[in-house]
Design a protein around this ligand. Sequence first.
Ligand code: GDP
Length: 295
Amino acid sequence: MFDNLSEKLDKALHVLKGHGQITEINVAETLKEVRRALLDADVNFKIAKEFTNTVKEKALGQDVLTALQPGQLMVKLVKDELTQLMGGDVEGINLSGDPSVVLMSGLQGSGKTTFSGKLASYLKTKKTKKPLLVACDVYRPAAVDQLHVVGDQIGVEVFSDRGNTDPVAISKAGIAYAKANGHNVVIIDTAGRLAVDEEMMNEIANIHKAINPQETLFVVDAMTGQDAVNTAKAFNDILNFDGVILTKLDGDTRGGAAISIKSVVNKPIKFIGTGEKMDAIDVFYPARMAERILG
Ligand code: GDP
């Protein structure tokens, strides 16, 4: 995960660590390399610039030049700043409703259906919940089939209504079904399209308004880099969602989305997807991720 970024940051900081004497000039040079590494990883330009400015200020404020181990101190400052950028404290998902309703949003192919299954399975085993999956993609029958396959695989019931073309009605009926059948979590999988368009945004906004979920999650493919950030912004403007799910972090992603998304939409990344299988789900811990990136 993020191998390229890790390697480049390591190289950038290595220079500083190897220097006998640390000067303001090689701190500046190191930070220039750090910025380049972030840009190469597809981190937004403004964020990368702010990042290095903050680290520089802190470095000079903490007398990095006269510190006992200036290289180590720089690594720590970069790590802390990366953690901060990716979200600070860990936040769970709100399951206070009865039933708790979790709405999934995102583009087609981002991994909504897969993640709906993963979350249901996670809640079922880890939190002793009784989830219900609700299929609200009224455009692609295959999507409904896919959710049923996932449900069968993890032993979670799936509510669908194939004749119905109104996703608001299906989601409401799903919640009513959950109430009547003792499900305490309802996960609503919605239809996405290949790009942001008005129709999809209206549809998800209507569902959101009608069911008033405890938790609205935005699912995004980490491989799409800065597009992921732009899409997040578009969905957040409409839904004011509660958290981000970053999928496909097992792939050859450069890391830009993971690093930039929090500061653009000011919403935490809550979970990550790390594979196609139902157990490839992890809670997102910014500090651990920063640790992993910097080694
Ligand atoms: P949806 O259209 O948003 O519902 O997306 P899907 O859940 O159908 O996922 C699209 C494709 O991405 C499928 O082939 C999934 O198996 C795959 N996928 C989803 N999440 C992950 C992940 O975390 N890692 C990998 N490698 N593939 C994933």
